[in-house]
Ligand binder design. Structure first.
Ligand code: MC0
Length: 158
């Protein structure tokens, strides 16, 4: 069994966590799994030819320097993401990794500001101090992967 080590500040985190615990969990559904690809059309063709998946929505998000294609899978999406400029964080990620792969997970939340606040109160680093616009009219905020089990997390309010 894994040994649980208590660290200084854990008591504060625990208090913040129980204060933030809601009647229902903050994460309500998986909104999307984001897969970064060097070529969006090639990524779309792979999903179409292999799985018969079709594009539900396509959008350039200037702020993040990405173009996305959303392919619906039940009530969630596969989000294929490609950089639109060299200084995009996704361009850097692809270059470091050397090819396509899972870039982040987007979880639906009822209230992005409240969920972000809960993460911040527990002392975890966030990448957006305030919720901000995401694609297709959503409100989003990112949590730092180094404080989230090595996974970049996006909170998504529809
Ligand atoms: C970097 N790291 C990651 C990661 N990106 N770990 C897991 N998943 C990722 N996606 C790790 C690196 O391996 C490195 O670990 C450390 O984090 C620092 O990485 P870096 O290469 O120095 O990168 P930074 O610091 O320049 O940027 C990473 C960071 C950035 C996560 C802070 O990508 C960011 O701010 N992301 C949030 C915005 C975003 O991703 N936008 C694109 C999607 P080591 O161990 O080597 O130190 S926009 C989107 O999806 C919108 C359209 C939407 O859905 O609505």
């Amino acid at each position: 069994m894994a040994q649980i080590t208590r660290l200084p500040g854990d008591d504060d985190k625990e208090t913040a966590m129980s204060e933030s615990a809601q009647d229902r969990p903050l994460l309500t559904e998986i909104d999307h799994i984001a897969i970064a690809v060097p070529d969006l059309d090639e990524g779309i063709a792979y999903y179409r030819e292999t799985f018969g998946a079709t594009v539900d929505h396509r959008e350039i998000v200037e702020r993040d320097g990405v173009e996305e294609a959303l392919l619906k899978v039940a009530e969630s999406y596969v989000q294929l993401l490609t950089p639109t400029r060299d200084d995009s964080t996704v361009a850097k990620w692809l270059a470091n990794r050397g090819g396509p792969g899972i870039h982040h997970v987007g979880y639906r939340v009822d209230d992005c500001a409240a969920a972000l606040d809960a993460v911040k109160r527990q002392g975890f680093r966030v990448l957006d101090e305030q919720p901000r616009p995401g694609s297709r009219g959503t409100t989003v905020a990112f949590i730092h992967p180094k404080d989230a089990l090595g996974t970049l997390i996006e909170l998504v309010q529809e």
